[in-house]
Ligand binder design. Structure first.
Ligand SMILES: NC(=O)c1ccc[n+]([C@@H]2O[C@H](COP(=O)([O-])OP(=O)(O)OC[C@H]3O[C@@H](n4cnc5c(N)ncnc54)[C@H](OP(=O)(O)O)[C@@H]3O)[C@@H](O)[C@H]2O)c1
Length: 275
């Protein structure tokens, strides 16, 4: 079985790629855009560039495609161009595993189950680019494909397969190591997902026939303050240095409050414990 991991140089994609490399029945090909990792030979590809995408996809003709791509301010291009190229080329025989986000529930009145309606943000909102691109991508996939899995995830944390940590924990450790306090919001509720648990789930969906939309993560939801206090303790730092951040926000910067996920559905389909 041949698998392509788009975004194999990224935080999540690296773990997915590395886990797949250890599967004897799979040939895995990974792509990057700018940051070529030292540990592996990945293929340089701009997914938004139609001709090179087409040449690459036709040549490789994969059985499974994993979307672990993200591009901050240009997320819309990834959906309008990159995902469009992919959907144009993919046949029903090829399975797409698309990593989506809890921000598709940007109304922020969670917890949310898979069948709950998605919501977009006003165009002038600071998170509209990412959120609205993810909502559009999900609708696009749902309308055009049948052989797909959408995995929705809250904030992803932990050490990945090459020892890289998520940015929030990195920031936490940096502050606490030097005895400086750091503050996190207590009013923003999320389902935090460990990077290795998510990567394992991606690999399992690549190996089995199930399709559909699944929320990922444990059954417990936490505020950023609660989660990061726990993380400080786990890493052996003084958790008293983790403080509650101000909840004041400008109208166009209002962060969705509760985007936590109900994760019962996935537990019946994939044998994976979420820590
Ligand atoms: N991190 C989170 O907390 C979180 C939460 C929920 C959902 N997600 C989803 O999880 C997935 C992976 O996120 P991540 O945190 O691993 O992101 P990341 O570390 O920023 O990695 C993004 C990857 O996308 C590649 N890329 C960007 N633009 C591209 C383009 N035009 N063509 C081809 N490749 C391109 C990057 O390549 P280079 O490195 O070479 O630039 C990199 O490999 C995304 O779908 C994201 O929406 C992430």
């Amino acid at each position: 079985m041949k698998i392509i991991v788009f975004g194999a140089s990224g935080y999540v994609g690296t773990s997915v790629y590395k886990l797949l490399e250890h599967q004897s029945d799979m040939e895995v090909i990974g792509t990057y855009l700018e940051t070529e990792p030292e540990y592996d030979e990945l293929y340089k590809l701009d997914i938004n560039e139609p001709e090179s995408f087409s040449d690459f996809f036709k040549k490789e003709n994969p059985d499974v495609v994993i979307w672990s791509v993200m591009n901050g301010p240009n997320e819309h291009e990834l959906t309008d161009q990159g995902l469009l190229h992919l959907i144009t080329h993919i046949t029903p025989a090829t399975k797409l595993i698309y990593i989506s986000s809890d921000f598709v529930y940007s109304e922020g009145k969670g917890p949310y189950a898979e069948h709950d309606p998605l919501s977009t943000l006003p165009d002038d909102h600071i998170y509209s680019n990412y959120t609205n691109a993810k909502v559009k991508a999900e609708r696009f996939i749902n309308n055009e494909l049948t052989n797909f899995v959408i995995l929705r995830s809250g904030p992803i944390y932990g050490e990945n397969q090459i020892g890289k940590w998520d940015e929030l924990t990195d920031e936490l450790a940096y502050h606490l190591r030097s005895g400086k306090p750091i503050a996190f919001r207590d009013d923003l509720i999320r389902t935090f997902v460990h990077v290795e648990d998510l990567a394992n789930v991606v690999v399992k969906f690549a190996q089995q026939d199930n399709t559909g939309i699944y929320n990922t993560g444990p059954s417990t939801n936490k505020s950023f303050y609660e989660f990061m206090s726990g993380m400080a303790e786990q890493l052996g730092y003084d958790a008293n240095l983790v403080e509650r951040a101000s909840e004041y926000e400008e109208a166009d910067e209002e962060v969705p409050k509760d985007t936590s996920l109900v994760t019962e559905k996935i537990t019946g389909v994939v044998d994976q414990r979420f820590r």
